[in-house]
Design a protein around this ligand. Structure first.
Ligand SMILES: Nc1ncnc2c1ncn2[C@@H]1O[C@H](COP(=O)(O)OP(=O)(O)O)[C@@H](O)[C@H]1O
Ligand SMILES: [Mg+2]
Length: 168
């Protein structure tokens, strides 16, 4: 069963630590009103990731996938290393404990092309953040993948809904 809970800056730590510790289904929603708030949730998220975690970021161009990863990287003081891997498919950033693999699979056709050209070794060797993951390689992602859907607001240019979910 999936239950929807609201994520606020205040309860974010508690909820995210629960999400990473447990093996349950989850669905949280968080409203970001601007770039800084998106970076904040990314930075908070960063505390809990470790080697072997797979996180997909899904949402149209300009929704904030890379901004989120930038905020996440700021927790490790490596935000200046972050750039969009649209043409390279994967960037590697090093933290003290494990590498972070930042993917953008927008230019990949499907999971067969991903398996041939990239492979799944990255999934075990570091923490993987995959822009466009659900759109392109959903069928080869492990069940415990954490999905982040970012939905833009039609009226407010700076508002985004972040839906963080896992369905086992
Ligand atoms: N609340 C918000 N969160 C994230 N980005 C925002 C927000 N409001 C406006 N933006 C803008 O939207 C764009 C998001 O870009 P980016 O993260 O590169 O998108 P994506 O990687 O999803 O294509 C940036 O230009 C950023 O300034
Ligand atoms: Mg991007």
């Amino acid at each position: 069963m999936i239950f929807l809970e609201e994520l606020t800056i205040k309860n974010m730590d508690e909820k995210l630590s629960e999400l990473f510790k447990s093996n349950n289904n989850f669905e949280y929603e968080y409203i970001s009103n601007n770039v800084e708030e998106t970076k904040k949730i990314g930075k908070c998220f960063a505390k809990y990731i470790s080697k072997g975690d797979i996180i997909t970021l899904n949402g149209e161009l300009g929704s904030g996938k890379t901004v989120f990863i930038n905020g996440l990287a700021s927790y490790f003081n490596i935000e200046n290393d972050v750039c969009s891997p649209t043409f390279t498919i994967v960037n590697e950033y090093n933290t003290k404990d494990f590498p972070i693999y930042h993917f953008d699979v927008y230019r990949i056709k499907n999971s067969d092309e991903f398996l041939e050209g990239v492979g799944t070794d990255y999934f075990y060797n570091g923490a993987c953040l995959i822009e466009w993951g659900d759109e392109v390689i959903l069928d080869i992602l492990p069940k415990n993948t954490i999905h982040i859907d970012i939905i833009k607001d039609e009226e407010n240019k700076e508002k985004r809904i972040f839906k963080i979910w896992r369905k086992l």
